[in-house]
Design a protein around this ligand. Sequence first.
Ligand code: IPM
Ligand code: MG
Length: 364
Amino acid sequence: MKQNNYNIAVFAGDGIGPEIIKEALKILKIIAEKKKLNLQLHEGLAGGCAYDRFGVPLPDASLELALQSDAVLLGAVGGPQWESLDYKVRPERALLALREKLGIFANLRPVVVFEELLEASPLKKNIVQGIDIMIVRELTGDVYFGKPRGVKKGKDGKRYGVNTMVYSEDEIRRIAVRAFEIARTRKKNLLSVDKANVLECTELWRNVVTEVGQNYPDITLKHMYVDNCAMQLIRNPAQFDVIVTSNLFGDILSDEAAMLTGSIGMLPSASLGEKKALYEPIHGSAPDIAGKNIANPLATILSAALMLRYSFSMQPEAELIEKAVAETLKEGFRTQDIHQPGTKLISTEAMGDAVAKNVRNLLN
Ligand code: IPM
Ligand code: MG
């Protein structure tokens, strides 16, 4: 990788994917021009759109594109028209295959409440004010990938659905190390979430995280069962700093935590491996609002900011985008998911333009 020369694989995907990706690219291009970055954007097909064209959700060419890139930007995959397909060719498989093949085992989901959106959260203002949580979700293990899996007929002639929750100690150790390192850059509190009272797999999780913790005496490590964590996220979310958890628990807890911020349309994510990285909003393809120019592009724009921060070491520029989003919200602009009386309801495209204007202002 030559300096300032980056290849980005872009998979807009399905549903609202193309609309939100367009706005994120708008922002990236402004930064690139101003900072003299040579961003090569390579668009590829992944998800239902790829299945319709090639009969597979992740064609070889798309995988190759991702493997050759410095970073991947993804919109969303999936939709009702593909729900009856065999699991192996469902749009979601594209995302799971990318995670597996890129080895991106650490999924960072920052949950930050913008002051301007306090009213948009379904929780009381005093509960969500100032929350700043980093969810570190393991992304390439657990029931998502464990074998055996499938629906099989038993000897009694009845159907059995099977998935396997499995973690090796190495898999737990590497995500724990990431989480401790992240905690070190923040308030130095790490909460590991498991179900060690019932599941042996997560008992191992708890033990390995505790072992890793011996190398991080400066970090306060605590453990919590996942059911309690789900409750505490609503009762008192301000108690959390960094949360590390397994793939399935992380999937569920991060959707829950997203609502603290007012809308799932606000949450970006970074999925990091040893070398590769993928950036995507945590929300899905929202087929019900696709093509209407009303989706919230902010989670995708904020994911582009994470790309600058984690893949290109451009911390000031990442912060600049985050500040531009905050400014735009301060000006009162809202997409429908975060719209409140007294604020200005605008389209996906207009939201992208409003953030772009603030990015330009802040760059000057
Ligand atoms: C997410 C999504 C995915 C997941 C789906 C689309 C496969 O819900 O990224 O949180 O379950 O990981
Ligand atoms: Mg999810």
